[in-house]
Design a protein around this ligand. Structure first.
Ligand SMILES: [Mn+2]
Length: 347
C-alpha cells in the first residue's frame, strides 16, 4: 500500500500518511526540475530521508515526465532519452523499484471541473462532454484544470498541429524507440517502468492518444516483452470509457505479471460518456472494487497499490483529488477487500 505525496509543498505531512493503516510506501517525485533535465541526487536523497524518518519507504516514483520532444520524435529526442535513462539510474540509486510515466501528448489528465458538489456536500473531479465539445484550443485560450498553464495559446496551437500531423502511427513509432532505449536500462537497475493509461482513454481535440484500450496495451507490452515494461493500471482512467472492461483487464495483465502499480479509483460513467470521480466503494460508481481486488488476489499480484483520487470531504481543502481523508478511507477499504480475498483463499 502506498500514498502519493507532493513533497515539501504537500499540505499533508508524512506523519499523517504513516498513520493510515498498512501504509508502506511514499509515491513521490522531484517536482522542481523541468522535463528533460537530470534530477539532482540531493533531491532524491532528501525524499528518501524524509520518508524513512517517518517510517515509510520511498520506492515508487510518480512520475518521471517524458519531454514532448521525445513524444514528437524531434531532433533532440535521443539526447533527452539519455537524460531519461540517467534519471532511471539515479532513482534506482536511492532505492526506487517502480517508475510511473505516461505518453500522453501536450495535456495530462482532462477534466471540466475539479470541485463538483455531490448531494452529500463532498466534491470531486468530473468531465462533462458537453463542456468539452464546445471548446477549440486552436482558436481559444483554453484553461482546463490540470493543463500546463505555462503554454501560450500559440505554443498550444503549434503543439497540437505537430501531433495531428504525427498521428497515432507516428506516436507509436516514437514510443517504440523510447521503450527500446529505456527498458534495458530499467532492467539493469532493477526498476519496473509503469506506464499510466491516457486519461480519459480517447483522443481529445484530435490529439492522438494510444494507451487507451486492450488492443493497444497488448501492443505496448509486446514492444519489449519484459516485466520492466509494465503498466500502472489506473482503474479510473481506463474505466472512463465504456469500451474497457476494467475487471477483465486487471485479471489478464496481473496474471501476465505486467502490472507494476495499481491505481485504484472509482468513476461513475454517465450515459453520454461523461464521468464523475466518486468515493471508492463499489456501489458508488461503475467499477466493482471487490472484483478488481479479487482479480489481483487470485492472480498473486505482488506489485504496488495506491488509492487514487479521492473526494474532498470533512471540510478539507487542498490539491483536488489529493486530499488526505477520502484517500485514507479508500486505502482502508482496499485493505479490507484484500484481507477478505486473501483469507478466503486460505479457507
Ligand atoms: Mn491514475
Amino acid at each position: 500500500m502506498s500514498f502519493r505525496w507532493y513533497g515539501a509543498d504537500d499540505p499533508i505531512p508524512l506523519q499523517y500518511i504513516r498513520q493510515i493503516p498498512n501504509m508502506r510506501s511514499v509515491v513521490s517525485a522531484v517536482y522542481d526540475v523541468r522535463p528533460g533535465e537530470v534530477w539532482p541526487r540531493e533531491s532524491l536523497a532528501e525524499i528518501k530521508r524524509q520518508a524513512e524518518d517517518n517510517g515509510l519507504i520511498f520506492d515508487i516514483v510518480e512520475s518521471v515526465p517524458v519531454h514532448e520532444n521525445i513524444k514528437l520524435g524531434a531532433e533532440d529526442a535521443e539526447a533527452l532519452t539519455d537524460v531519461y535513462c540517467e534519471n532511471i539510474r539515479r532513482c534506482a540509486e536511492y532505492g526506487v523499484k517502480c517508475i510511473t510515466y505516461n505518453f500522453m501528448p501536450v495535456f495530462d489528465w482532462t477534466r471540466t471541473q475539479l470541485d463538483k458538489a455531490a448531494d452529500d456536500g463532498s466534491t470531486s473531479l468530473v468531465m462533462y462532454k458537453e463542456q468539452i465539445e464546445n471548446l477549440d484550443p486552436l482558436t481559444e485560450d483554453i484553461h482546463l484544470p490540470g493543463w500546463d498553464s505555462s503554454y501560450t495559446r500559440d505554443e498550444v496551437r503549434s503543439l497540437i498541429e505537430a501531433y495531428s500531423e504525427l498521428g497515432e502511427d507516428g506516436l507509436w513509432t516514437n514510443l517504440e524507440r523510447f521503450l527500446k532505449r529505456i527498458i534495458p536500462v530499467a532492467e539493469e537497475c532493477g526498476v519496473r517502468m509503469a506506464i499510466h493509461p491516457d486519461d480519459p482513454p480517447y483522443s481529445i481535440f484530435k490529439i492522438p492518444r494510444i494507451i487507451t484500450n486492450e488492443e493497444n496495451i497488448d501492443r505496448l507490452l509486446g514492444i519489449v516483452d519484459s516485466p520492466a515494461n509494465s503498466l500502472c493500471l489506473c482503474t479510473g482512467s481506463l474505466g472512463s470509457a465504456a469500451f474497457n472492461d476494467v475487471h477483465k483487464l486487471v485479471r489478464k495483465y496481473s496474471a501476465m505479471d505486467r502490472i507494476a502499480f495499481m491505481h485504484i479509483r472509482q468513476v461513475k460513467l454517465l450515459e453520454d460518456g461523461s464521468f464523475e470521480e466518486r468515493g471508492h466503494l463499489s456501489k458508488n460508481g461503475s467499477l466493482d472494487m471487490y472484483k478488481i481486488v479479487k482479480a489481483l488476489a487470485d492472480t498473486g499480484f505482488d506489485g504496488y497499490v495506491r488509492p487514487d483520487h479521492g473526494r474532498m470531504i470533512w471540510g478539507e481543502s487542498g490539491k483536488p483529488g489529493y486530499g488526505l481523508y477520502d484517500r485514507a478511507l479508500g486505502a482502508a477499504y482496499i485493505n479490507g477487500l484484500f484481507e477478505a480475498c486473501e483469507k478466503a483463499k486460505e479457507e
